[in-house]
Design a protein. Structure first.
Lengths: 112, 114
């Protein structure tokens, strides 16, 4: 999940639809994963996390799915709202290392 | 405001000057992390500190960059003799240090080098 310096992938959805943002992580030794939302000019804001001993976790309007077999993480946002417009990053924490490795990010835009 | 506080929000320096970025962690947090973000990219880890100790500086450039987290006061990221390539957003995060707990971020310092 390292950024490679390319333009951000973009996902456009209609207001009210569900959004699914995907992320491939890089290290099989990672045991903790976080989704962050970053709005323009601001820092990453914590959305939801999941430990490697789980494959699904739900929050308010958001669900994270973890597939360790293929090293894939997804964020599902239900009933997408204009305020959900932002760049979404997945981050992985390698066991014992504490530092986070961020994915490339996906820009979510909402069509009215 | 009990969140992570960074200042200044914007910093402009000329090539060769020094830049000092400050970070006060969230209340109750004693672990601080610095990350750098270039436009349209994800954040890249630089350094992880506890009070008076550098735990992991594997992401720090070998020259010109240093970080500290003194017993009293904020954490400081210091960049000496800045160059154009240092222009970026620098984010600080803090945590309790307990494994599998999220890091919480400040709103960053945007550094511009003229």
């Amino acid at each position: 999940g390292e950024s490679v310096g390319l333009h951000l992938p973009t996902l456009s959805v209609q207001e009210g639809d569900n959004s699914i943002i995907n992320c491939a992580y890089s290290n099989s030794a990672s045991d903790y994963f976080i989704w962050y939302k970053q709005e323009s000019g601001k820092g990453p804001q914590f959305i939801i996390d999941i430990r490697s001993n789980m494959d699904k976790r739900q929050g308010q309007r958001v669900t994270v799915l973890l597939n360790k077999t293929v090293k894939h993480l997804s964020l599902q946002i239900a009933a997408t709202q204009p305020g959900d417009s932002a760049v979404y990053f997945c981050a992985e924490e390698i066991q014992g290392a504490q530092k986070l490795v961020f994915g490339q990010g996906t820009r979510l835009t909402i069509n009215p | 405001n009990a969140g992570v506080m960074q200042n200044p929000r914007h910093l402009v320096r000329r090539r060769g000057q020094e830049a000092r970025l400050r970070c006060s962690p969230m209340k109750g947090h004693s672990h601080v992390y610095w990350y750098r973000q270039l436009p349209e990219e994800g954040l890249k880890f630089m350094v992880y500190l506890q009070k008076e100790n550098i735990i992991d500086e594997s992401g720090m450039p070998k020259e010109r960059f240093s970080a500290e987290f003194p017993k009293e006061g904020p954490s400081i990221l210091r960049i000496q003799q800045v160059v154009r390539g240092d222009s970026a957003a620098y984010f600080c995060a803090s945590s309790t240090g307990v494994s599998n707990q999220p890091q919480h971020f400040g709103d960053g310092t945007r550094l511009s080098i003229l």
